[in-house]
Design a protein around this ligand. Structure first.
Ligand code: CMC
Length: 431
């Protein structure tokens, strides 16, 4: 986009530079500093990229002050109420909601790709049984380029399309296999008669010894979890995927890089960390102790599931997730679960406590998703893999957008160097 009509004047020393101001469809104006180094011989310094737009994107919009999240312009609340994860995948990938025949065709394409190469079953056996499923996923998804090398040419639009469908279709199978492997049960093959979410639940919980029937309320809740996590503009893992992709790396390698980044507790790993924190708190009477620890900067402890880099009002995903949590817990009859009592009381106290109020630390999506997943029977180690399945479509949509962008170049940030100046080598005997 080069439609700047306004400029900002930047003056330092004897240098004065006019910087174009780009106006997005929504959100704050953006100072275009691309010529800053060439004309001014200076860099900008922005650790954590809190004030930096790294790319143009037409996929997702977040207004952190209003607590608003739009996928291709559609509010997340409307999609959560009316759409499904697969329909949302189509929307994110191609830009528009599908017609009925387009949706049927998309579902068919995804469904027909859910099985993984049989050789992959043996690949899993190289992992220890007690490996974290995220560790297994980073490895197996990275290895997809070895199994599906006919869809790794990033310059071929057809191969890009096939790679996208393969990843959306196979990530649930791979995550379920990682889970089954960790509990020593046989892998369950995908079933084409089931929905995307229902198939994932079946692959995780079915066993050859007895029938497993997918509960429609749990299926809907799983579908919602997937949709709510589907994309979130330029978050850490998405930026990782874009950066990896900017070098021309194949899409499977890029998504594996995204999964690795997602794993951290400040990002996707927060859902696991949050539930483990609730378990550690254990009973309502211990909450004040943990609140005090979270306020004490020397403790290094944070209330997991609270706060967000962008949302400074509330996380709109958390609102929808809370409703789902109520539905699932009602269905499963989990009213007096101590974990739930701790979560509710923690939420109440944190929303009133001046420390959390003044820093705008609200419960985020991960605060509630863990409660639902635990009630469904997932171990905490599967929470982040489920986030990875859900975010796959966002990563791929952003990667495709980047590849198709003619202005795209390799991502190469600069630095504010604070090391020693040039000095001469000292022979080892003289040090
Ligand atoms: N508990 C206690 N204090 C907190 C917390 C927390 N969860 N989060 C932020 N703060 C404080 C922080 O100490 C800082 O205080 P001060 O201004 O006095 O130094 C202030 O709030 C701002 O924090 P920050 O680290 O500068 O904010 P950030 O935008 O860099 O971090 C965050 C955002 C999500 C990493 C952070 O809030 C956090 O670590 N939360 C817990 C982990 C979590 O739940 N992550 C999931 C995010 S939602 C899922 C996803 O999209 O990945």
């Amino acid at each position: 986009m080069d439609k700047a009509t306004k400029t900002a004047k930047l003056t330092f020393g004897s240098t004065s530079i006019d910087l174009p101001i780009q106006s997005p469809t929504l959100g704050p104006d953006v100072l275009d500093i691309r010529k800053l180094y060439a004309e001014g011989d200076v860099f900008t310094y922005d650790p954590g990229f809190t004030s930096t737009a790294a790319c143009e994107s037409a996929i997702t919009y977040i207004d952190g002050d209003k607590g608003e999240l739009l996928y291709r312009g559609y509010p997340i609340e409307q999609l959560a109420e009316k759409s499904t994860h697969l329909e949302t995948c189509f929307l994110l990938l191609y830009g528009e909601l599908p017609t009925a025949p387009q949706l049927a065709d998309f579902k068919e394409r995804v469904t027909k790709h859910t099985m993984v190469h049989e050789q992959m079953h043996y690949f899993f056996r190289g992992f220890r049984r007690d490996a974290h499923p995220m560790a297994t996923m980073v490895g197996v998804v990275g290895a997809m380029s070895a199994f599906y090398h006919d869809s790794t040419d990033i310059n071929d639009p057809w191969q890009r399309e096939v790679a996208a469908i393969r990843m959306i279709a196979k990530l649930p199978t791979i995550a379920a296999m990682a889970y089954k492997y960790s509990v020593g049960q046989p892998f369950v093959y995908p079933r084409n008669s089931l929905s995307y979410a229902g198939n994932f639940l079946n692959m995780c919980f079915a066993v050859p010894a007895e029938d497993y029937v997918v509960n429609p309320i749990l299926e809907k809740a799983m579908d919602r979890i997937m949709m709510l996590h589907a994309d979130h503009e330029q978050n850490a893992s998405t930026s990782t995927v874009r950066l990896a992709g900017s070098s021309g790396a194949n899409p499977f390698a890029c998504i594996a890089a995204g999964i690795a980044c997602l794993w951290g507790p400040a990002h996707g790993g927060a859902n696991q960390a949050c539930l483990e924190m609730l378990k550690e708190i254990g009973t309502v009477d211990r909450i004040p102790e943990f609140i005090a620890k979270a306020k004490d900067k020397t403790s290094g402890f944070r209330l997991m599931g609270f706060g967000h880099r962008v949302y400074k009002n509330f996380d709109p995903r958390a609102k929808v997730m809370k409703e789902s949590a109520d539905e699932v817990l009602e269905l499963l009859g989990v009213h007096n679960n101590p974990l739930l009592q701790v979560a509710k009381e923690l939420e109440r106290i944190a929303l009133e406590d001046p420390y959390f109020v003044s820093k705008k630390l609200y419960p985020n999506v991960d605060f509630y998703s863990g409660i639902i997943l635990e009630a469904m029977g997932f171990p905490t180690s599967m929470f982040t893999p489920i986030f990875a399945i859900s975010r796959t479509v966002g990563w791929i949509s952003q990667w495709r957008e980047m590849i198709a962008d003619p202005t795209q170049k390799i991502g190469r940030p600069r630095q504010l160097y604070i090391g020693p100046g040039q000095r001469d080598y000292v022979d080892v005997a003289k040090r």
